[in-house]
Structure formats: C-alpha cells, structure tokens
Design a protein around this ligand. Structure first.
Ligand code: ARG
Length: 398
C-alpha cells in the first residue's frame, strides 16, 4: 500500500508517518509545502521525514498559487467568518489537499493522509477536498485512529522509534501559520475569560508597545486586486509581507473571538492577521465608493455565504465556482486607492479615491456649488412616505 501524507515536520505528522508504515505496512510519501509559514529548509524536512520512516519526500513553494488562487478570491469575496476571522488556516487546507492529491495521482498511491485531529475543522477541509478531487482514493486519518492519550505518550513513542522531534521546549500553544495570518490555540487560551497572554502573539506588537506616532499607508487596487503600496507597484506576496510587517509594528490584526466550529463545538480562537485585516478594510472601503447601495448590500450576503464555504471546507464546490463568477463581475470598478492610518492597534480609513467613484461632491455638498434639486425631495417623500402615513393613521389611538 502506498500513502501520501501532508507533512508539516512537527510531532503529529512525524509520528503519523511511522504509524502508517507499521499499521498499514505502507510505503509512505511525505509532502510539505511552503505557504508562508516559518519553515525549515527542505533538506532538513526531508531528512526528518525519512528518519520518521518515509520512503520519499516532496517539497513545493505554493506561496504564489496560494495568493492568486485562494487569498485574492477570498479578499474579493470579502470572506470573513463570523465577522472576525479572515480564514488564513481554512484557506490553506484545500490548497495543501489539492497538492497532496496531485502527488498521489503521480505516484499512483492508494491512500492519502493528514495529521488533523477528530475534533477540528481541518480534517473536514482536507477530506472534502480529497473526496472532490479523487473520490476513488482512500483517506486515512491516523490521529483519529491511534491510541495515544497525550502528547507525552506520543513523544515517548517517537523516542522509542528514533523519530527526530525538535528539542525546543514544548510550546504552550498550537500554532498554524501562513501568509494570510496565524491561528493560535490551546493552553490558557481555552479559558474564554482569560485575556491572551503576550507570549501567545507571534508577530504583532501589543498596542501599548506600538509606536507613539501613527503611520499612513496607501493601498492601490485594480479590479479588486491590491497592486501597490504607497504608490509603488509590487507583486502581491511582497505587498502582503510589507503590509503585515507595518501592521504588526502598530499592533494591528489581533483577533480574539468565540467561534462555531463545523462540528458544533464553540471554541475560543486567537488570530494575528495584520495584512488580512488591513487589506480587507481597504478593499471593502473601495467597494463602498464604487458600488451602488443595492450591490453593496447584496454582496454582503454573498460574503457571509462565501466565508462559510471556506470555513466548512467546501472550497471545491460548484457553489463556490458560481459565486466566484458573480464576485468577479462585481470587481469591475474596484480600482483606486485607499489611505489608512495605523495607530496603536487601530486601522482607520482616512481617504479613498477611484476613477469609478459614484461619489459626487456637487451632489453631496452642503455648501456652494450644490447641484441637487432640493424641491424634488418633496415629491419623493410624499410617495416614499405613503406607507408610513397609512400605518400611522391606523395606529392612531393605540
Ligand atoms: N479555528 C481555526 C480554523 O478552524 C484555526 C485552526 C487552527 N489549526 C491549528 N492546527 N492550530 O480555521
């Protein structure tokens, strides 16, 4: 039996390689990708995977694909789960799963595997993608099968089997990181009353420690895609990295929320996503300038649905593809620049402009140059107010 596993290099997936080899008498192929997380060199990862028992190791830099095929569509969609979570982890799972399937097909593997637990969302995201792209391939989830009751037992097993595990002191959090943000779970964070301790945060300054002086940035968009920072054109990876760096310095993008997992459990989640928060804020502001009221409000409904699709692991679905067609059309006029002020944890829009702006100063103004026909409002209110008048008459004396 041949199995391809999405391998992170951490304890769970290292032990999983060894487990799969023994339990299924399998030839295990490990697959790791760079999606913008802190990552060891492919050589070290390969050595570790082989020592854990893998027969072969694949490595790929997926950052560009991640940005173009996942992050940008999610940003255009305004996809933010339950008003707060920009979906960094959730977006990465179908991407990784898609690549695992490619390798599995190339290697003519019988099964694919991952290192997710049976309580979380990530198992669902991996497996729905596997099912969509290769319904014939078997899925094995070692963490749902094996008998380890604790991390200590797992470490003990790893020692016995000679599986290399990083010797650094056990981190108190479970951390998942990529270009779009960081998810932080476990430890004291599981008590929703406890404020996240400073050491939970990996990249952002606390607002208290952020510079006393705020900073202005300008983000340029073309058809919904961010194309420049402070007037300089850059590729999208660079913009995300730069915006994240500036935002992190100013303490932006810390998110602390109660979230509903797919399986129904409520969990307390902490995220750091300075780039996602800033870019969503800017993008949505530009839409406000160029969208009609109806389009703005209707697209909000689409955003909610789209965020659920991503969160629930249904990226590969006809509905998502259909919504992308709608969303693409909405981005036709989302071109322009947004100016933001970053200051001690706040990201405030202070300016916006677009060649397609529907804002007309001559119509909006309360001073001279006004071209709006004030008298026309009389007739408008007469008709628009008719239902109010009818209801008012009926309610007299109530
Ligand atoms: N709650 C988030 C989500 O469902 C984060 C999951 C984080 N995963 C992890 N391995 N720490 O997308």
């Amino acid at each position: 039996m041949k199995i391809v596993i999405a391998y992170s290099g951490g304890l769970d997936t290292s032990v999983a390689i060894s487990y799969l080899r023994e339990k299924y008498n399998a030839e295990v192929i490990a697959y790791t990708s760079n999606i913008g997380q802190k990552i060891e060199s492919p050589d070290i990862l390969e050595e570790r995977a082989i020592k854990a028992g893998a027969k072969k190791f694949y490595y790929e830099d997926l950052r560009e694909k991640f940005v173009n095929e996942y992050i940008i569509p999610a940003l255009k969609a305004g996809a933010i789960y339950q008003d707060k979570y920009p979906l960094a982890t959730a977006l990465s799972r179908p991407l990784i799963a898609e690549s695992v399937i490619k390798i599995a097909k190339k290697e003519k593997a019988d099964a694919v595997s991952h290192g997710c637990t049976g309580k979380g969302n990530d198992q669902i995201r991996f497996e729905l993608t596997f099912k969509y792209l290769a319904p014939e391939i078997k899925i094995i989830a070692p963490l749902r099968e094996w008998e380890f009751k604790s991390r200590e037992e797992e470490i003990e097993y790893a020692r016995k089997k000679g599986i290399p595990i990083s010797v650094s002191k056990e981190k108190p959090y479970s951390i998942d990181e990529n270009l779009w943000g960081i998810s932080i779970e476990c430890g004291v964070l599981e008590d929703p009353w406890q404020e996240p301790p400073e050491d939970a945060f990996q990249i952002t300054n606390s607002p208290e420690k952020a510079p006393e002086k705020g900073e202005y940035i300008e983000i340029g968009f073309e058809k919904g895609i961010f194309v420049s920072l402070n007037g300089k054109r850059m590729d999208q990876i660079k913009i995300i990295e730069k915006v994240a760096e500036i935002g992190a310095k100013h303490g932006i993008g810390r998110i602390d929320m109660i979230e509903d997992r797919v399986i129904g459990i409520k969990s307390r989640e902490v995220y750091e996503a300075p780039a996602a928060v800033i870019l969503h804020t800017a993008h949505s502001e530009l839409e406000k300038l160029v969208f009609s009221r109806d389009l703005y409000e209707f697209k909000k409904l689409v955003s909610i649905k789209y965020s659920q699709i991503i969160y629930f692991g249904q990226w590969f679905s006809h509905l998502r593809i259909c919504l992308d067609k709608f969303i693409e059309e909405t981005q036709k006029y989302v071109t322009g620049t947004v100016k933001l002020k970053l200051y001690k944890g706040n990201c405030t829009v202070v300016g916006r402009e677009s060649p397609y702006s529907l804002y007309k100063e001559k119509l909006a103004t309360y001073s001279h140059g006004d071209i709006f026909d004030h008298k026309a409002s009389t007739g408008f209110i007469e008709i628009f107010g008719l239902p109010s008048k009818l209801e008012g008459e009926r309610s007299k004396g109530e």
